[in-house]
Design a protein around this ligand. Structure first.
Ligand code: UT7
Length: 324
Protein backbone atom coordinates (compact mmCIF):
# COMPACT_ATOMS: atom_id res chain seq x y z
CA UNK A 1 0.00 0.00 0.00
CA UNK A 2 1.48 3.32 -0.91
CA UNK A 3 2.07 6.14 -3.33
CA UNK A 4 2.53 4.98 -6.90
CA UNK A 5 3.31 6.69 -10.20
CA UNK A 6 0.25 6.63 -12.47
CA UNK A 7 1.96 8.21 -15.45
CA UNK A 8 5.12 9.94 -16.65
CA UNK A 9 5.94 12.42 -19.41
CA UNK A 10 8.81 14.53 -20.64
CA UNK A 11 9.49 17.37 -23.06
CA UNK A 12 12.80 18.51 -24.53
CA UNK A 13 13.38 21.61 -26.66
CA UNK A 14 14.07 20.99 -30.34
CA UNK A 15 17.41 22.79 -30.58
CA UNK A 16 20.56 20.71 -29.98
CA UNK A 17 23.82 22.32 -28.90
CA UNK A 18 26.71 19.93 -29.53
CA UNK A 19 30.21 19.98 -28.04
CA UNK A 20 31.45 21.04 -31.49
CA UNK A 21 29.08 24.02 -31.37
CA UNK A 22 30.51 24.96 -27.95
CA UNK A 23 34.03 24.86 -29.37
CA UNK A 24 33.06 27.92 -31.39
CA UNK A 25 31.82 29.76 -28.31
CA UNK A 26 34.44 29.14 -25.59
CA UNK A 27 37.93 27.64 -25.31
CA UNK A 28 36.92 23.98 -25.09
CA UNK A 29 36.67 20.85 -27.22
CA UNK A 30 34.58 17.73 -27.64
CA UNK A 31 37.26 15.46 -26.22
CA UNK A 32 37.58 17.46 -22.97
CA UNK A 33 33.83 17.69 -22.43
CA UNK A 34 33.10 14.07 -23.34
CA UNK A 35 35.83 12.55 -21.18
CA UNK A 36 35.27 14.83 -18.14
CA UNK A 37 31.47 14.80 -18.20
CA UNK A 38 30.09 12.20 -20.64
CA UNK A 39 28.05 14.93 -22.32
CA UNK A 40 27.93 15.04 -26.14
CA UNK A 41 25.06 17.47 -26.62
CA UNK A 42 22.31 19.29 -24.73
CA UNK A 43 18.97 20.86 -25.65
CA UNK A 44 18.47 24.62 -25.60
CA UNK A 45 15.08 26.30 -25.35
CA UNK A 46 13.99 28.52 -28.23
CA UNK A 47 11.12 30.99 -28.60
CA UNK A 48 7.97 29.71 -26.90
CA UNK A 49 9.84 27.07 -24.92
CA UNK A 50 9.88 28.67 -21.46
CA UNK A 51 10.17 26.28 -18.50
CA UNK A 52 6.41 26.36 -17.85
CA UNK A 53 5.68 25.45 -21.47
CA UNK A 54 8.09 22.48 -21.38
CA UNK A 55 6.56 21.54 -18.00
CA UNK A 56 3.03 21.72 -19.38
CA UNK A 57 3.89 19.50 -22.37
CA UNK A 58 5.51 16.94 -20.06
CA UNK A 59 2.50 17.10 -17.72
CA UNK A 60 0.01 16.57 -20.57
CA UNK A 61 1.81 13.34 -21.49
CA UNK A 62 1.91 12.18 -17.86
CA UNK A 63 -1.83 12.87 -17.46
CA UNK A 64 -2.64 11.01 -20.68
CA UNK A 65 -0.61 8.01 -19.55
CA UNK A 66 -2.29 8.12 -16.12
CA UNK A 67 -5.69 8.19 -17.84
CA UNK A 68 -6.90 11.20 -15.87
CA UNK A 69 -7.71 14.80 -16.74
CA UNK A 70 -6.14 18.04 -15.48
CA UNK A 71 -9.31 18.63 -13.40
CA UNK A 72 -8.53 15.47 -11.42
CA UNK A 73 -5.27 16.95 -10.10
CA UNK A 74 -5.35 18.32 -6.52
CA UNK A 75 -1.79 19.64 -6.20
CA UNK A 76 0.87 20.76 -8.68
CA UNK A 77 4.44 21.00 -7.40
CA UNK A 78 7.12 22.21 -9.80
CA UNK A 79 10.79 21.89 -8.88
CA UNK A 80 12.75 24.56 -10.71
CA UNK A 81 15.49 27.17 -10.35
CA UNK A 82 15.02 28.74 -13.77
CA UNK A 83 11.42 29.78 -14.25
CA UNK A 84 10.89 32.82 -16.49
CA UNK A 85 9.42 34.77 -13.53
CA UNK A 86 10.01 34.77 -9.81
CA UNK A 87 6.33 35.41 -9.19
CA UNK A 88 3.88 33.86 -10.02
CA UNK A 89 5.41 30.44 -9.66
CA UNK A 90 6.11 28.18 -12.62
CA UNK A 91 3.48 25.82 -11.14
CA UNK A 92 0.77 28.52 -11.38
CA UNK A 93 1.59 29.00 -15.07
CA UNK A 94 1.38 25.23 -15.58
CA UNK A 95 -1.99 25.20 -13.79
CA UNK A 96 -3.26 27.93 -16.14
CA UNK A 97 -1.96 26.14 -19.27
CA UNK A 98 -3.46 22.80 -18.22
CA UNK A 99 -6.74 24.27 -16.94
CA UNK A 100 -6.19 22.36 -13.68
CA UNK A 101 -8.86 24.42 -11.93
CA UNK A 102 -9.18 22.16 -8.87
CA UNK A 103 -5.50 22.20 -7.93
CA UNK A 104 -3.35 24.47 -5.82
CA UNK A 105 0.12 25.01 -7.22
CA UNK A 106 3.53 26.08 -6.01
CA UNK A 107 7.25 25.77 -6.81
CA UNK A 108 10.05 24.40 -4.71
CA UNK A 109 13.75 25.19 -4.96
CA UNK A 110 16.12 22.39 -4.09
CA UNK A 111 18.26 22.82 -7.22
CA UNK A 112 19.16 19.48 -8.86
CA UNK A 113 17.50 17.58 -5.99
CA UNK A 114 14.22 19.43 -6.54
CA UNK A 115 12.37 16.55 -8.16
CA UNK A 116 13.15 14.17 -5.29
CA UNK A 117 12.08 16.77 -2.74
CA UNK A 118 8.81 17.28 -4.65
CA UNK A 119 8.37 13.51 -5.00
CA UNK A 120 8.60 13.15 -1.23
CA UNK A 121 6.17 16.04 -0.67
CA UNK A 122 3.68 14.36 -2.98
CA UNK A 123 4.11 11.11 -1.06
CA UNK A 124 3.25 12.93 2.19
CA UNK A 125 0.10 14.49 0.68
CA UNK A 126 -1.06 11.14 -0.69
CA UNK A 127 -0.35 9.30 2.57
CA UNK A 128 -2.33 11.94 4.49
CA UNK A 129 -5.31 11.75 2.12
CA UNK A 130 -5.58 8.71 -0.14
CA UNK A 131 -7.84 10.59 -2.57
CA UNK A 132 -5.23 13.17 -3.49
CA UNK A 133 -3.61 13.14 -6.91
CA UNK A 134 -0.38 15.12 -7.22
CA UNK A 135 1.37 16.30 -10.37
CA UNK A 136 5.11 16.51 -9.73
CA UNK A 137 7.27 18.26 -12.31
CA UNK A 138 10.95 19.11 -12.73
CA UNK A 139 11.41 21.86 -15.33
CA UNK A 140 14.43 23.95 -16.23
CA UNK A 141 15.69 26.42 -18.79
CA UNK A 142 19.20 26.69 -17.38
CA UNK A 143 20.38 28.02 -20.74
CA UNK A 144 18.96 31.30 -19.44
CA UNK A 145 20.97 31.03 -16.23
CA UNK A 146 24.51 30.19 -17.34
CA UNK A 147 27.29 32.55 -18.23
CA UNK A 148 27.96 31.59 -21.85
CA UNK A 149 31.52 32.89 -21.51
CA UNK A 150 32.38 30.61 -18.56
CA UNK A 151 33.66 27.30 -19.93
CA UNK A 152 33.62 25.80 -16.42
CA UNK A 153 29.84 25.82 -16.35
CA UNK A 154 28.25 26.55 -19.75
CA UNK A 155 29.22 23.15 -21.15
CA UNK A 156 27.37 21.28 -18.41
CA UNK A 157 23.75 22.35 -18.43
CA UNK A 158 20.71 21.87 -20.63
CA UNK A 159 16.96 22.52 -20.78
CA UNK A 160 13.97 20.21 -20.44
CA UNK A 161 11.10 19.03 -18.28
CA UNK A 162 9.75 15.79 -16.87
CA UNK A 163 6.53 15.03 -14.99
CA UNK A 164 4.92 12.29 -12.93
CA UNK A 165 1.39 11.84 -11.57
CA UNK A 166 1.36 10.34 -8.07
CA UNK A 167 -1.63 8.73 -6.38
CA UNK A 168 -2.57 6.13 -3.80
CA UNK A 169 -2.70 2.41 -4.47
CA UNK A 170 -3.89 -0.28 -2.05
CA UNK A 171 -1.69 -2.82 -3.83
CA UNK A 172 1.71 -3.81 -2.43
CA UNK A 173 3.40 -1.25 -4.70
CA UNK A 174 4.53 2.28 -3.88
CA UNK A 175 7.25 4.49 -2.43
CA UNK A 176 9.16 2.46 0.16
CA UNK A 177 11.61 4.96 1.64
CA UNK A 178 13.06 8.39 0.99
CA UNK A 179 16.04 10.24 2.39
CA UNK A 180 16.40 13.99 1.93
CA UNK A 181 19.31 16.04 3.22
CA UNK A 182 20.87 19.46 2.88
CA UNK A 183 23.86 21.43 4.13
CA UNK A 184 23.46 25.17 3.69
CA UNK A 185 26.95 25.84 5.03
CA UNK A 186 28.27 24.70 1.64
CA UNK A 187 26.09 27.10 -0.36
CA UNK A 188 29.04 28.93 -1.92
CA UNK A 189 30.31 25.88 -3.85
CA UNK A 190 27.35 26.03 -6.27
CA UNK A 191 25.04 29.03 -6.46
CA UNK A 192 23.22 31.59 -8.55
CA UNK A 193 22.37 35.16 -7.58
CA UNK A 194 18.94 36.55 -8.27
CA UNK A 195 18.43 40.02 -9.73
CA UNK A 196 20.26 42.82 -7.89
CA UNK A 197 18.30 44.27 -4.98
CA UNK A 198 16.35 47.50 -5.58
CA UNK A 199 16.85 48.24 -1.88
CA UNK A 200 20.25 49.94 -1.75
CA UNK A 201 20.94 48.63 1.74
CA UNK A 202 20.55 45.04 0.54
CA UNK A 203 22.59 45.39 -2.64
CA UNK A 204 25.34 42.81 -2.96
CA UNK A 205 28.55 44.00 -4.59
CA UNK A 206 29.39 40.37 -5.33
CA UNK A 207 26.29 39.94 -7.47
CA UNK A 208 27.80 39.78 -10.95
CA UNK A 209 24.63 38.54 -12.60
CA UNK A 210 21.98 35.88 -12.32
CA UNK A 211 23.96 32.88 -13.50
CA UNK A 212 25.43 29.67 -12.05
CA UNK A 213 28.80 29.78 -10.29
CA UNK A 214 30.48 26.56 -9.23
CA UNK A 215 33.58 25.00 -7.68
CA UNK A 216 33.36 21.87 -9.84
CA UNK A 217 35.96 19.78 -8.08
CA UNK A 218 34.45 20.33 -4.63
CA UNK A 219 30.94 19.60 -5.92
CA UNK A 220 32.22 16.36 -7.44
CA UNK A 221 33.77 15.20 -4.16
CA UNK A 222 30.71 15.89 -2.01
CA UNK A 223 28.24 14.56 -4.60
CA UNK A 224 29.60 11.01 -4.64
CA UNK A 225 29.83 10.69 -0.84
CA UNK A 226 26.48 12.33 -0.16
CA UNK A 227 24.48 10.28 -2.67
CA UNK A 228 26.09 7.09 -1.45
CA UNK A 229 24.96 7.92 2.10
CA UNK A 230 21.36 8.62 1.05
CA UNK A 231 21.16 5.47 -1.05
CA UNK A 232 22.52 3.28 1.73
CA UNK A 233 20.00 4.80 4.14
CA UNK A 234 16.94 4.05 1.98
CA UNK A 235 18.16 0.53 1.19
CA UNK A 236 18.68 -0.16 4.88
CA UNK A 237 15.32 1.25 5.96
CA UNK A 238 13.50 -0.66 3.24
CA UNK A 239 15.55 -3.79 4.01
CA UNK A 240 16.47 -4.14 0.34
CA UNK A 241 19.73 -5.42 -1.13
CA UNK A 242 21.22 -3.31 -3.91
CA UNK A 243 21.25 -6.40 -6.15
CA UNK A 244 17.43 -6.46 -6.02
CA UNK A 245 17.11 -3.02 -7.61
CA UNK A 246 15.86 -3.32 -11.19
CA UNK A 247 16.90 0.16 -12.23
CA UNK A 248 18.85 3.04 -10.68
CA UNK A 249 17.84 6.41 -12.12
CA UNK A 250 20.37 8.94 -10.83
CA UNK A 251 20.46 12.68 -11.38
CA UNK A 252 22.30 13.05 -14.69
CA UNK A 253 25.09 15.45 -13.72
CA UNK A 254 28.30 13.89 -14.91
CA UNK A 255 29.19 10.37 -16.05
CA UNK A 256 32.29 10.27 -13.82
CA UNK A 257 30.26 11.11 -10.69
CA UNK A 258 27.79 8.37 -11.63
CA UNK A 259 30.49 5.78 -12.36
CA UNK A 260 32.17 6.47 -9.03
CA UNK A 261 28.88 6.24 -7.15
CA UNK A 262 27.83 3.03 -8.86
CA UNK A 263 31.24 1.48 -8.26
CA UNK A 264 30.99 2.25 -4.54
CA UNK A 265 27.46 0.85 -4.38
CA UNK A 266 28.42 -2.14 -6.56
CA UNK A 267 25.56 -1.61 -8.97
CA UNK A 268 25.80 -3.43 -12.32
CA UNK A 269 26.08 -1.28 -15.43
CA UNK A 270 22.88 -2.68 -16.94
CA UNK A 271 20.90 -1.68 -13.83
CA UNK A 272 21.54 2.04 -14.37
CA UNK A 273 19.77 4.43 -16.71
CA UNK A 274 22.00 7.09 -18.24
CA UNK A 275 21.09 9.77 -20.78
CA UNK A 276 23.49 12.56 -19.76
CA UNK A 277 25.21 12.25 -23.16
CA UNK A 278 22.06 13.60 -24.88
CA UNK A 279 20.80 16.27 -22.49
CA UNK A 280 23.63 17.30 -20.14
CA UNK A 281 22.65 18.32 -16.63
CA UNK A 282 19.02 19.48 -16.67
CA UNK A 283 18.98 20.01 -12.89
CA UNK A 284 15.53 19.29 -11.38
CA UNK A 285 14.30 17.93 -14.72
CA UNK A 286 16.93 15.24 -15.11
CA UNK A 287 15.39 12.44 -13.02
CA UNK A 288 11.83 12.76 -14.37
CA UNK A 289 13.11 12.95 -17.97
CA UNK A 290 15.22 9.83 -17.40
CA UNK A 291 12.33 8.10 -15.64
CA UNK A 292 10.01 8.77 -18.56
CA UNK A 293 12.58 7.58 -21.10
CA UNK A 294 13.31 4.44 -19.08
CA UNK A 295 9.60 3.66 -18.78
CA UNK A 296 8.95 4.29 -22.49
CA UNK A 297 11.91 2.02 -23.33
CA UNK A 298 10.29 -0.82 -21.38
CA UNK A 299 13.00 -0.89 -18.72
CA UNK A 300 10.52 -0.71 -15.80
CA UNK A 301 7.57 -3.02 -15.18
CA UNK A 302 5.03 -3.34 -12.37
CA UNK A 303 6.65 -4.73 -9.25
CA UNK A 304 10.20 -3.65 -10.15
CA UNK A 305 12.19 -1.76 -7.54
CA UNK A 306 13.45 1.58 -8.88
CA UNK A 307 15.95 3.77 -7.04
CA UNK A 308 16.44 7.52 -7.53
CA UNK A 309 19.28 9.63 -6.16
CA UNK A 310 20.35 13.21 -6.60
CA UNK A 311 22.74 15.96 -5.55
CA UNK A 312 22.71 19.71 -6.16
CA UNK A 313 23.13 23.29 -5.02
CA UNK A 314 22.38 24.07 -1.39
CA UNK A 315 23.90 21.57 -1.00
CA UNK A 316 20.83 19.35 -1.26
CA UNK A 317 20.76 15.62 -1.86
CA UNK A 318 18.68 12.54 -1.39
CA UNK A 319 17.38 9.19 -2.58
CA UNK A 320 14.04 7.49 -3.00
CA UNK A 321 13.06 3.86 -3.49
CA UNK A 322 9.81 2.76 -5.10
CA UNK A 323 8.19 -0.51 -6.04
CA UNK A 324 6.78 0.35 -9.45
O1 UT7 B 1 24.21 18.80 -10.20
C1 UT7 B 1 25.47 19.11 -9.68
C2 UT7 B 1 26.07 20.09 -10.66
N1 UT7 B 1 27.49 20.12 -10.75
C3 UT7 B 1 28.25 19.08 -11.14
O2 UT7 B 1 27.85 17.99 -11.34
C4 UT7 B 1 29.69 19.39 -11.36
C5 UT7 B 1 30.62 18.40 -10.71
N2 UT7 B 1 31.97 18.63 -11.16
C6 UT7 B 1 32.41 18.20 -12.35
O3 UT7 B 1 31.68 17.58 -13.06
C7 UT7 B 1 33.84 18.50 -12.75
O4 UT7 B 1 34.51 19.12 -11.68
C8 UT7 B 1 33.91 19.39 -14.02
C9 UT7 B 1 33.46 18.60 -15.23
C10 UT7 B 1 33.06 20.63 -13.87
C11 UT7 B 1 35.35 19.83 -14.24
O5 UT7 B 1 36.23 18.71 -14.33
P1 UT7 B 1 37.55 18.64 -13.46
O6 UT7 B 1 38.23 17.39 -13.83
O7 UT7 B 1 37.17 18.85 -12.03
O8 UT7 B 1 38.35 19.87 -14.02
P2 UT7 B 1 38.93 21.16 -13.28
O9 UT7 B 1 37.81 22.11 -12.92
O10 UT7 B 1 39.83 20.76 -12.18
O11 UT7 B 1 39.75 21.81 -14.44
C12 UT7 B 1 40.89 21.15 -15.03
C13 UT7 B 1 41.41 22.00 -16.15
C14 UT7 B 1 41.65 23.44 -15.77
O12 UT7 B 1 42.78 23.92 -16.44
P3 UT7 B 1 44.20 24.03 -15.71
O13 UT7 B 1 43.98 24.92 -14.51
O14 UT7 B 1 44.56 22.62 -15.32
O15 UT7 B 1 45.06 24.62 -16.75
C15 UT7 B 1 40.44 24.14 -16.29
O16 UT7 B 1 40.67 25.50 -16.56
O17 UT7 B 1 40.46 22.02 -17.23
C16 UT7 B 1 40.18 23.37 -17.57
N3 UT7 B 1 38.80 23.47 -18.04
C17 UT7 B 1 38.45 23.25 -19.32
N4 UT7 B 1 39.16 22.91 -20.40
C18 UT7 B 1 38.49 22.72 -21.57
C19 UT7 B 1 37.70 23.77 -17.33
N5 UT7 B 1 36.62 23.75 -18.13
C20 UT7 B 1 37.07 23.43 -19.36
C21 UT7 B 1 36.41 23.24 -20.60
N6 UT7 B 1 37.16 22.87 -21.66
N7 UT7 B 1 35.08 23.37 -20.75
Amino acid sequence: MGTIVLGTGSCLPEKRLTNDDLEKMVDTNDEWIATRTGIKERRIAGKGEEAYILATRAAEKALAQAGISAQDIDIIVVATISSHMIMPSCACFVQKELGAANAFAYDINAACSGFLYAFDLADQYVKADHNKKVLVIGAETLSARVNWEDRNTCILFGDGAGAAVLAYSDSDRGIMASNLQSDGSLWNLLYMHGPQSTNKDLQDKNNHGSHILMEGREVFKYAVKAMEGSVRDVLERAAVDVKDIKLVIPHQANIRILNKLLERLQVDEEAVFINVQKYGNTSAASIPIALDEAFQAGKISKGDMVLFCSFGGGFTWGASLITW
